[in-house]
Design a binder for this molecule. Structure first.
Ligand code: URA
Length: 234
């Protein structure tokens, strides 16, 4: 993280920032009154470190039984972060999230609200394919949720979209029901920052239960509305 500027009291912000874990600083110059200090290079290197941390995990059944890590896809500067469950067969072959059938549907869902997939940031709760595409165990979800929180803290999106019950459980605990919680904006706090978060059905579920798409459409329209309200250029 690089901050070259002093604040209006001539304090060296570098000395202050660690105290408050701030992610922007006050500037005297009104044109650039705030600067986001997680710049592209910082993000790239933090993401690389996080990926290496996951790659060097020991005693992980998922890692042992899969071909490769599936870490992320999309724009690391995006204001929208989508979190799925975990890689399937195609993702495990290619090394990118949401490239199989569920990914094709995800792309269509985003297109329907005029969002280009390349312009969002995508990851999963678990980064290795669960054997036979089983749902990750609660202990696996807990273990990976530490990395997931770190991931969110690096990307710092304005909007978080959690797709399916695994993403919901990883960040809001295991007692909620996706059918009750979907379609509502919730606040998620990660490292003292609050994220506007929406839970919605997973595209793989929609492929199995197409009659549920009507609810998904409601959620998608809510997302589009919030994107416009927050003036997220996408
Ligand atoms: N399902 C997910 O949750 N993630 C993927 O990457 C693919 C399918």
């Amino acid at each position: 993280m690089e901050i070259e500027h002093k604040n209006q009291n001539n304090n060296n912000i570098e000395d202050l920032k660690d105290l408050f874990e701030i992610d922007y600083v006050y500037e005297n110059d009104p044109i650039k009154r705030t600067i986001n200090i997680t710049n592209l290079e910082d993000k790239q290197s933090l993401l690389e470190k996080l990926k290496m941390k996951i790659i060097s995990m020991s005693n992980c059944e998922l890692k042992k039984n899969s071909n490769r890590i599936v870490f992320n896809d999309g724009d690391i500067q995006s204001q929208i972060m989508i979190i799925g469950e975990g890689p399937g067969q195609k993702e495990d072959e290619i090394g990118k999230p949401f490239v199989g059938d569920a990914g094709v549907l995800l792309n269509k869902m985003l297109e329907a609200i005029n969002i280009d997939r390349q312009k969002v940031y995508i990851t999963n709760v678990v980064n290795y394919r669960p054997p036979n595409n089983r749902k990750p165990e609660p202990s696996e979800i807990n273990r990976y949720s530490v990395f997931l929180r770190e991931h969110i803290n690096i990307i710092k999106p304005k909007i978080l979209i959690l797709m399916g019950s695994t993403a919901m459980e990883a960040l809001f605990g295991q007692t909620l029901k996706i059918s009750k919680e979907r379609g509502k904006w919730k606040e998620l706090i990660v490292n003292q920052k609050t994220y506007q978060t929406i839970l919605t059905f997973h595209p793989a579920y929609l492929l199995r239960q197409p009659d549920q798409k009507k609810y998904s459409w409601i959620d998608l329209k809510m997302i589009r509305k919030r994107v416009d309200e927050l003036k997220i250029g996408i």
